[in-house]
Design a protein. Structure first.
Ligand code: NAD
Ligand code: DAU
Length: 339
C-alpha cells in the first residue's frame, strides 16, 4: 500500500505520518508539503530515517507537479491535510485560503481521477458547521448539521468538502471526509491558542485572550484524530462524512488557566484583547457515527493530554524557539499590537 500524505510537515499531518509508520510498517508513505510558514521539515527528522518514508516539496495547487508525482508514484490512498489552517490569518488575507484549500483539493482529486486511486480522504473541520450557542449545552454537531460557516477559513474548508462530495457523486471518486474538533499535542504551531499560551507563559509574557474568554472549544489529543483517520481510510464507507471529537469542551479561559496552573505561573499574565471578527462561540462534536460504525473512541482525556502536551513543549524548546525567533516574531507584532 502506498499513501500520499499532503501537509506532512504541519501539525496533524506529521503526527499522522508517525502513526502510520508505527501502525503499518509495511506501507510506503510519501509526505508532501510546500513548507509554507507552517511547515517545518525538522518535525519530520525522525521519519526521514525510516526507509519506508520519503519527503517531497511541492504545492497541491500546482497541477503539472501533482500530475507528474501521481504518474510516477501510483498512490493507493491520498490523505489531504495540506491547507492554510489559521482563522486569524484568513481574516487578514482570504485569497491564499481559497487557492490552497479549494483549488488544491480540486487538483488532487483530478490527479486521482486521472491515475486511479482506492481512496481520497479529505481532512476537514467542525468549523464548517458554524457555531452553537453557549446557553444550549444539549446541542452538538452531527453529520446532518447544515453547513453554516463564519470565517474565510471555514468557508474555504466547506467549499472543499462540497467539491469532494460532488466528485464522488458525479465521477464516482471513492472519497471520505472527517470533520474534527480542535486538536492539541506535539508539533502544534505556536500561533494557535494552546502552544501560544505555553510558549508565552514560559517567557512570562502577556497572554492574549480574545473577548471575554468564554468561547468554548472541544479539544481532542492529536493522536486520537490520527487514529480516527486511519480507521476511516481503511474501514469507513465511501462517500461518507465522519465527525471526530471526544466531548472535551472547555472555555478558552479554562484552558489558559489550566496551563498557567500546570506551569506555576500567575493568572495576572492574562490580558483581554479585542475579539476575533465573527468569533464562533462554541464547537461541540457528536461522534456517535464513527463510534458505532468504526469502534473509534478517544483514548486521551483533556486533563492528561494537556499535561503531556506541556511536557512536550518543555522537552522540545528548540523546536518552537526556532519558529518564534524567525518570521513568526513579526507576525505576532502585526496581529496583536493594535488589538
Ligand atoms: P498546519 O497549518 O499545521 O499544517 C498545514 C500544512 O500544509 C503545513 O505544513 C503547510 O506547509 C502545508 N501547506 C500549506 N499550503 C500548501 C500547499 N499549497 N501545498 C502543499 N502543502 C501546503 O495545519 P494543521 O493544524 O496540521 O491542519 C491540517 C489539516 O487539518 C487542515 O486541513 C485543517 O483544516 C484540518 N483540521 C485542523 C484542526 C486543528 O485543530 N488544527 C482540526 C480539524 C481539522
Ligand atoms: O475546530 C477545528 C479548528 O480548530 C481547525 O479547523 C483550525 O485549523 C484550528 O486552527 C482551530 O481553530 P480555532 O480558531 O478554534 O483555533 P485557535 O487556536 O486559533 O483559537 C482557539 C480559541 O482561542 C478561539 O476561540 C480563539 C481563541 N484565541 C486564539 C488565539 C490565537 C485567543 O483567545 N487568543 C489567541 O491568541
Amino acid at each position: 500500500m502506498k499513501i500520499l500524505v499532503t501537509g506532512a510537515a504541519g501539525f496533524i499531518g506529521s503526527n499522522f505520518v508517525y502513526l502510520m509508520l508505527e501502525q503499518h510498517p509495511d506501507y510506503e508513505i510519501v509526505g508532501l508539503d510546500l513548507l509554507t510558514y507552517a511547515g517545518n521539515l525538522e518535525t519530520l527528522e525522525e521519519a526521514m530515517k525510516n526507509p519506508k518514508f520519503k519527503f517531497t516539496k511541492g504545492d497541491i495547487a500546482d497541477r503539472d507537479y501533482i500530475f507528474n508525482l501521481f504518474k510516477e508514484e501510483k498512490f493507493d490512498i491520498v490523505v489531504n491535510f495540506a491547507a492554510e489552517s489559521h482563522v486569524d490569518r484568513s481574516i487578514e488575507d482570504p485569497g491564499i485560503f481559497l487557492r490552497t484549500n479549494i483549488l488544491g483539493t480540486q487538483v488532487l482529486m483530478d490527479a486521482c481521477r486521472e491515475y486511479g486511486i482506492k481512496r481520497y480522504h479529505q481532512v476537514s473541520t467542525d468549523e464548517v458547521y458554524g457555531d452553537l450557542p453557549l446557553d444550549r449545552p444539549d446541542l452538538f454537531f452531527t453529520e446532518e448539521t447544515p453547513i453554516h460557516t463564519s470565517s474565510p477559513y471555514s468557508a474555504s474548508k466547506a467549499a472543499a468538502d462540497l467539491l469532494v462530495l460532488a466528485y464522488h457523486r458525479t465521477f464516482g471518486l471513492p472519497v471520505s471526509i472527517t470533520r474534527c474538533s480542535n486538536n492539541y499535542g506535539p508539533y502544534h504551531f505556536p500561533e494557535k491558542l494552546i502552544p501560544l499560551i505555553i510558549s508565552r507563559a514560559l517567557a512570562d509574557e502577556s497572554l492574549p485572550v480574545y473577548g471575554t474568554g468564554e468561547n468554548v472549544r472541544d479539544w481532542l489529543y492529536v493522536k486520537d484524530h490520527c487514529i480516527a483517520i486511519d480507521k476511516v481510510i481503511h474501514d469507513g464507507k465511501v462517500g461518507e462524512v465522519y465527525n471526530v471529537g471526544g466531548h472535551n469542551e472547555r472555555t478558552n479561559l479554562e484552558v489558559v488557566k489550566t496551563i498557567l496552573h500546570e506551569l506555576g505561573k500567575p493568572e495576572s499574565l492574562i490580558t483581554y484583547v479585542g475579539d476575533r471578527k465573527g468569533h464562533d462561540m462554541r464547537y461541540a462534536i457528536d461522534p456517535t457515527k464513527i463510534s458505532n460504525e468504526l469502534g473509534w473512541l478517544p483514548t486521551v482525556k483533556f486533563d492528561d493530554g494537556i499535561k503531556m502536551t506541556i511536557k512536550w513543549y518543555l522537552d522540545n524548546q528548540d523546536w518552537w524557539k526556532n519558529i518564534i525567533s524567525g518570521d513568526y516574531k513579526n507576525y505576532y507584532e502585526k496581529m496583536y499590537s493594535n488589538r
